[in-house]
Ligand binder design. Structure first.
Ligand code: ADP
Ligand code: MG
Length: 594
């Protein structure tokens, strides 16, 4: 996978910094703490100078016994400062993580269906789980290092200049070399980090699929295939990680060699200077100078090492911001639709999926009166699911309009539009929560228990709920694994009963249910569609026969409309499908074409 184009680092820093703004007081406090820590750095070499110049060997200084105490004092103050700045930085960065995660999740909730069609779940999960963490480790470690170490370096340099400016300038000549090295490896580091993050996304994608599909993997013997896929991305991740640490490891010794060279030159020049008569450098000053220079080494080292987490953080921030910048679902409508009567009109609606060669729906005209049931039938791929997905605005039509009670659905707020629609689909979605929570899912008012029980009764679910170990409080397992197919479906129907929306969308189940379940579901659905406008993707002929209107969709066009008997008489696609289902030769399976 090619790395994403590099985004301006400065823009990313500034954007990250904006996240710190709400916590600026703590942040400034931490920065000040670091600055103070840095200013204590030259104290140690200064104490050395004092010690040596005041005649350490002569044992006559009365103040000398203060020096060990001063040492303890300096380090106590430093320790105290370090603790508080680290604590404050962690506090700020963890708040930033929380804010970023919250924003990412909000964005996930508002993304259009089109975006989800194109993304893998695992990659999206990886962004929220790993990438955000990488951003923070950049925020904390990097900032700490950058601020404290660069200030330390500045303070030490100031002290060095004060001691001997000529020597310091010589030492400083190494600076540009170090900067060049760091910049050179920075680019490689970021590229490697991007690959690593992308590989991490793939790893969680494969995990997600394999865990979710573990039964299919077992039955169809997909283990080797999955293992191979996992192996491939695992290796890809290893390669990226190695590339990253190679670049990171090379930076450190290179800068150290540069620094040591500077040190060697300084010592050489200092020795030359000391031989000239005019030299006034004391032994104490020289030792202090060298000590301060040596003290420079570790902040310089840390500053160069910071490049790796920094680049990783920037790559992660790119990935996080990429998701945050995705446009959410369009919701420009302003009209609040109160409880709709339920007249629906599709007016020359055309729609095609992104980069699909042909349109999924072509100039569909369809009128449904309030309270009617319209059955959609037709060959697989005909556009039934697509047509139904346009009504709650999961997708926007390319042209034409969809009207509910005369209002173009584009002019309604998404929330009020969707409040009027209930959906029971063949792949029931249940949450790993109690039966109550699943039935009352999304009901903002907090449905009362009596309403939930009434819904469960209407959906023929109450009996089996009562037999469950904790009744309504039983947890159903991930996507309801602890329930049978029929039970899950009835919970989904109960959810629709409770929502009591005027418009109902049914994607009828074909799954082989036992006849008892099927009879109960059938009768629950018959009650559910009473008094509602229902669009049903029909697989059962009983539904079709009772529908007010049957619409045959073929290749995105309405091929036939009418009642059961009319369509049979017409001898077109519908009668063909009907005969397929009922001819004795077709008994060995459900009709493949509906
Ligand atoms: P039906 O429900 O009648 O079987 P669909 O509405 O699911 O048909 O599909 C209509 C056409 O749109 C098919 O050609 C299908 O391949 C295509 N299609 C369906 N969903 C998507 C999608 N998310 N992205 C791209 N193409 C899709
Ligand atoms: Mg379908």
């Amino acid at each position: 996978m090619p790395p994403a184009p590099s985004v301006n680092s400065r823009a990313i820093y500034l954007r990250l910094l904006a996240y710190v703004r709400p916590y600026r007081k703590a942040f400034i406090f931490a920065m000040l703490g670091m600055a103070l820590t840095a200013t204590t750095e030259p104290m140690f070499p200064a104490v050395m100078k004092l010690l040596l110049d005041s005649g350490f060997g002569a044992r006559n200084g009365s103040d000398l016994h203060l020096i060990p105490l001063a040492l303890i004092g300096i380090f106590a103050v430093r320790g105290f400062l370090t603790y508080f700045t680290s604590y404050t930085m962690a506090w700020v960065s963890n708040h930033v993580v929380l804010d970023l995660r919250r924003q990412l999740f909000d964005r996930l909730l508002s993304l259009p269906t089109r975006y989800y069609d194109d993304q893998s779940t695992g990659k999206l999960i990886a962004k929220v789980v790993y990438d955000v963490n990488n951003v923070t480790s950049a925020a904390t470690n990097v900032l700490t290092a950058l601020v404290r170490d660069s200030l330390t370096i500045l303070c030490l340099l100031a002290y060095l200049l004060y001691l001997n400016w000529q020597l310091t300038l010589i030492a400083l000549a190494v600076g540009p070399v170090i900067i060049i090295v760091v910049k050179l490896f920075g680019k490689r580091l970021r590229a490697a980090s991007r690959r690593g993050l992308s590989a991490m996304g793939l790893i969680s994608h494969i995990l997600e699929e394999t865990i979710g599909a573990h039964k299919v993997v077992k039955i169809f013997g997909g283990q080797r295939y999955e293992a191979q896929r996992f192996e491939d991305v695992g290796k890809e991740f290893r390669r990226a990680a190695m590339r990253e640490s190679m670049a990171a490891s090379a930076t450190v010794p290179l800068t150290q060699i540069a620094t040591a060279t500077a040190l060697a030159i300084v010592i050489y020049v200092a020795m030359m200077q000391s031989q000239s008569a005019s030299d006034q450098t004391t032994v104490g000053a020289f030792v202090s100078f060298i000590t301060a220079m040596l003290l420079l080494l570790s902040p310089v080292k840390r500053l160069t090492e910071v490049n790796a987490p920094l680049q990783r953080g920037l790559a992660a921030a790119e990935s996080v911001f990429d998701l945050l910048d995705q446009p959410p679902e369009e919701d420009h409508g302003v009209l609040l639709l109160p409880r709709a009567r339920g007249n629906i009109r599709f007016d020359r609606v055309s729609f095609s999926y992104a980069d699909a060669p042909r349109s999924a729906l072509h100039e569909v005209m369809l009128e449904v009166q309030a309270g009617q049931t319209v059955a959609l039938v037709g060959p697989s791929g005909g556009g039934k699911t697509t047509l139904i997905a346009l009504l709650p605005r999961f997708y926007r039509p390319d042209s034409g309009s969809i009207l509910i009670d005369g209002h173009d659905i584009g002019t309604l707020t998404l929330e009020s539009l969707r409040a009027n629609i209930a959906l029971v689909s063949q792949d029931v979605v249940l949450f790993n929560d109690t039966v109550t929570a699943n039935i009352a899912y999304g009901s903002s008012t907090g449905a009362g228990e009596s309403a939930i029980i009434a819904a469960a009764r209407a959906a023929h679910a109450w009996e089996f709920i009562c037999r469950m170990p904790q009744g309504l409080q039983t947890v159903v397992g991930e996507n309801g694994v602890k329930l049978s197919g029929g039970q899950r479906q009835r919970l989904a129907i109960a959810r629709a009963f409770l929502k009591n929306a005027p418009i109902l969308i049914l994607d009828e189940a074909t799954s082989a249910l036992d006849s008892e379940s099927e009879r109960q579901i059938q009768s629950a659905l018959e009650t559910l569609i009473q008094g509602r406008t229902t669009l049903v993707i029909a697989h059962r002929l009983s539904t079709v026969e009772h529908a007010d209107c049957i619409v045959v969709l073929d290749q995105g066009r309405i091929a036939e409309t009418g009642r059961h008997s009319e369509l049979l008489a017409r001898n077109g696609i519908y009668s063909h499908l009907y005969r397929l289902q009922f001819e004795p030769t077709a008994l060995d399976g459900p009709p493949a074409v509906i």
